[in-house]
Design a protein around this ligand. Structure first.
Ligand code: COA
Length: 146
C-alpha cells in the first residue's frame, strides 16, 4: 500500500461486493471456494438469518470483512448480545489498521443496538489484536462436530 492513507469505507455488504474481491478477502480466514451463484445464495441466507456482514473498502476493493449477529436474550431482562464472527483482512491490506477499523465499527453498531456485551471466539494468535481493542479473555469455547 502507498504511504499516504487511501480512503477506507466500512458499510454493510451487498451482493456486488462479490465482484470487488469479497471472497479473496474472507479467504484470509479460510479459503471460500464458491461459485458466484453459491456465494449469492449464502449471502441471501445470511440476510434472512439476520447476520450482518460488513465490508471495508479501499480503492473499490474489499480489503476486509467482519460480521455480527445481534441476539436478544430471555435472561438479563431481554438484554442484547453482539456476536462477532469472521473478521478477515486480505493479506495485501493487513497491518494497516483495517482489522481495527472493522471491529471498532462493529462495536459501534453493537452500541447502537444497545448490546450490553460483545463476544467472539478466536485463535490464541490473534488474542493480542483483540486485547488492543479492549477485549479480555472470558470463559472457554466449546465445540462438537456434527
Ligand atoms: C487478525 C487480523 C483481522 C488483523 O487485521 P489487521 O488489519 O492486520 O490488523 P490492524 O492493522 O488493524 O492491527 C491493529 C493492531 O493489532 C495488532 N495486530 C494485528 N494482528 C495481530 C496479531 N495477529 N498478533 C498481535 N497483534 C496484532 C497490530 O500490530 C496493531 O497494533 P498497533 O495498534 O499497536 O499498531 C488479520 O491479520 C487477519 O485477517 N488475519 C487472518 C484471519 C484471522 O485470523 N482473523 C481473526 C479471526 S477471529
Amino acid at each position: 500500500m502507498p504511504d499516504e492513507r487511501p480512503e477506507l469505507t466500512i458499510r454493510l455488504m451487498d451482493a456486488t461486493d462479490l465482484d470487488r474481491g469479497f471472497l479473496e478477502a474472507i479467504g484470509a480466514l479460510r479459503p471460500a471456494e464458491l461459485t458466484r451463484d453459491q456465494a449469492i445464495s449464502i449471502y441471501r441466507h445470511r440476510l434472512r438469518s439476520r447476520v450482518r456482514t460488513y465490508v471495508a473498502i479501499i480503492d473499490n476493493r474489499i480489503a476486509g470483512t467482519a460480521a455480527v449477529f445481534i441476539e436478544p436474550k430471555f435472561i438479563h431482562s431481554g438484554g442484547i448480545v453482539g456476536h462477532i464472527e469472521d473478521v478477515a483482512v486480505h493479506p495485501a491490506f493487513q497491518k494497516h489498521g483495517v482489522g481495527r477499523a472493522l471491529v471498532v465499527h462493529l462495536l459501534n453498531e453493537c452500541r447502537n443496538f444497545h448490546c450490553y456485551k460483545v463476544i467472539l471466539d478466536c485463535a490464541e494468535g490473534v488474542i493480542p489484536f483483540y486485547e488492543k481493542l479492549g477485549f479480555h479473555r472470558w470463559e472457554r469455547a466449546m465445540r462438537i462436530d456434527l
